[in-house]
Write a protein that binds this ligand. Structure first.
Ligand SMILES: [Zn+2]
Length: 399
């Protein structure tokens, strides 16, 4: 096993077809070992931002001296060994901000003009209309509850996130892209929303606007949910928000562990399982597990023998610039089939993945072995079942 630093830690959606894509930016390998028990430290760091002090829980300590630190607000810092000036143990507990304080701290980091909308589980920072922010927050709250209920009912131990979940919504695409470039690099102009594993935030922009055009008088929403759902952007809007919010939920409720080697087919399969919009309702999204027509059609049009074995063994196809959408369609189809036919084994498999350590790495052989042990079938056997099941689904009306 050779642990390594993570790829660029984002779960992002391509604007082109509103499907996920994670950027690949391989960082240098570092040997890591899990820290033993919670350990609080204050670390003085000197890097491109200058000299600063950060405090948090040491999650992983690399043998080269690098540290993965979790702050009180759930942000992670990957502190490079060369940046560390001093380390001191901290006694007591890390004091967390109130949601209001957290919101104010985040908007202080954003361009001027942002405001905060707070709900039971979310802190939404926005500079588009408050109505749009409120509509999004209501969608996130419905997802939060439905997600927890669905997995609890399936037998998975999910917990409420320890801290409010943060979502940042820019009014216009240009300002969003300028901000997102720091996280996504050159891909920012293709990505309409993303979840960042380090900041733990979802960032997006007001997708109901006309891209790049000034909007005198503010957002064209005018406050009516019906207008949101009537806009041509509605389907992509709902899928994007729910997809990224699903990643954020999964990484904050104990289902996935951030920076652990969660196979992308699993995290993207779950996000695509939840993302299907309900466009005949002002609320935009109601339930879980509906037939995801774009993914199903894509799977049936592009599937080739061996696709399932490929995504089980490695994440490469999701990162391929050629046809990442194919991998998402395979992930949705496989997840849909496993949840429908082997829910208990699926939950066991999720639990197995949740136990893996941050910054650990799994070989293709380990990934295939985990799958075969959990589900009792080979990739070839499950592929034949999935292809048949998807053909049957295609002949059924969407529910
Ligand atoms: Zn995704």
């Amino acid at each position: 096993m050779s642990p390594r630093m993570p790829r660029l830690p984002v779960f992002a959606l391509l604007a082109l077809a509103l499907a996920g894509w994670s950027c690949a930016a391989e960082a240098p390998a570092a040997k890591v070992s899990p820290a033993s028990g919670p350990r609080l430290e204050q670390i003085t760091v000197r890097d491109a931002d200058g000299l600063r002090t950060i405090a948090g829980e040491v999650l992983v300590e690399a043998v080269d001296g690098g540290v993965l630190l979790k702050r009180a607000d759930e942000r992670y810092d990957l502190v490079q060994p060369t940046a560390i000036v001093a380390r001191e143990p901290l006694a007591g507990e890390l004091g967390a901000d109130t949601p209001r304080e957290l919101g104010q701290r985040i908007i202080a980091e954003l361009p001027p003009g942002f405001d905060v909308h707070i709900t039971k589980h979310y802190v939404v920072c926005f500079n588009t209309s408050r109505d749009y922010a409120k509509w999004c927050a209501a969608l996130f709250e419905r997802l939060h509850d439905a997600f927890g209920n669905f997995w609890r009912k399936a037998g998975l131990e999910v917990v409420d996130p320890a801290q409010p979940l943060v979502v940042v919504i820019f009014a216009d695409r240009a300002a969003y892209e300028a901000h997102a470039a720091g996280d996504l690099g050159a891909a920012a102009d293709r990505v309409v929303g993303y979840y960042n594993l380090l900041s733990n935030r979802v960032t997006t922009f007001d997708l109901t606007g006309t891209d790049g055009l000034p909007r005198p008088g503010g957002s064209p929403l005018g406050g009516a949910a019906a207008q949101v759902m009537a806009s041509p952007a509605a389907a992509g809007l709902v899928s994007t928000l729910v997809h990224e919010a699903t990643h954020q939920m999964a990484f904050n409720c104990g289902m996935h562990r951030r920076l652990a080697p969660v196979p992308l087919w699993l995290s993207e399969g779950i996000a695509t399982y939840f993302e299907t919009p309900e466009l005949d309702s002002d609320r935009g999204w109601r339930g879980i597990g509906a037939i995801n027509r774009p993914r199903l059609d894509h799977f049936l049009a592009t599937h080739r023998p061996g696709d399932i074995a490929a995504i089980l063994a490695s994440d490469d196809r999701f990162r391929s610039p050629d046809a990442p959408l194919d991998a998402y369609a395979v992930a949705w189809s496989l997840t849909r089939h496993l949840v429908a036919t082997r829910k208990r084994a699926f939950v066991d498999y999720v639990r197995l993945q949740a136990a893996k350590q941050p910054l650990a790495d799994d070989s293709p052989e380990e990934r295939l072995r985990d799958f075969e042990r959990a589900f009792g079938v080979s990739p070839t056997e499950i592929e034949a079942d999935v292809v048949k099941a998807m053909a049957r689904l295609a002949s059924r009306p969407a529910r």
